[in-house]
Design a protein around this ligand. Structure first.
Ligand SMILES: [Zn+2]
Length: 152
């Protein structure tokens, strides 16, 4: 199964946050916003038994096959980040942004993402990257370089 690894999702999410942070106004502590984006960026892989959330929430990763549907869809992005909305809308936006970014990155891979599940079970893929391949390594390295160059 081809998936972007968790650390790539995290580093790319942080780098993209740093790209946009000067153009948005945050009324919440930046550390918590970044933490919430990070959570959102890896939450979709809760259906993967070796992911952080897949190990924490074992029944989900045991029942749902990786990228088989709900976790990698618009519906799943909303559903799995919804509890945060009841706490704070800013953190919800951060989490769902991280989640959607995860789906966009997975769309680059050959397996793709079933964005419209359960309405439509078609998998959308750009087939330009492989997990552990040079494409992922390049994106990971560039995002790390940007993070260290830009800082907070
Ligand atoms: Zn994924």
């Amino acid at each position: 199964m081809i998936v972007f690894r968790g650390y790539s999702h995290i580093s790319i999410a942080i780098a993209l946050f740093l790209v946009i942070k000067d153009y948005i106004s945050l009324d919440r502590p930046i550390g918590i916003v970044v933490f919430t984006i990070i959570i959102g960026s890896i939450l979709a892989d809760l259906d993967h038994p070796s992911s952080l959330f897949g190990r924490l929430i074992v029944p989900v990763s045991a029942i749902i096959k990786h990228r088989s549907g709900i976790t990698h869809s618009f519906f799943g992005a909303f559903l799995f980040t919804l509890p945060i909305l009841f706490y704070d809308i800013t953190y919800f936006i951060a989490a769902i942004t991280g989640y959607i970014l995860h789906l966009l990155l997975d769309t680059l891979t050959t397996t793709g993402v079933k964005w419209l599940y359960p309405y439509n079970k078609k998998s959308y893929s750009l087939k330009v990257a492989r997990t552990g391949g040079p494409e992922e390594a390049l994106m990971f390295a560039l995002s790390l370089l940007y993070i260290f160059k830009k800082k907070f």
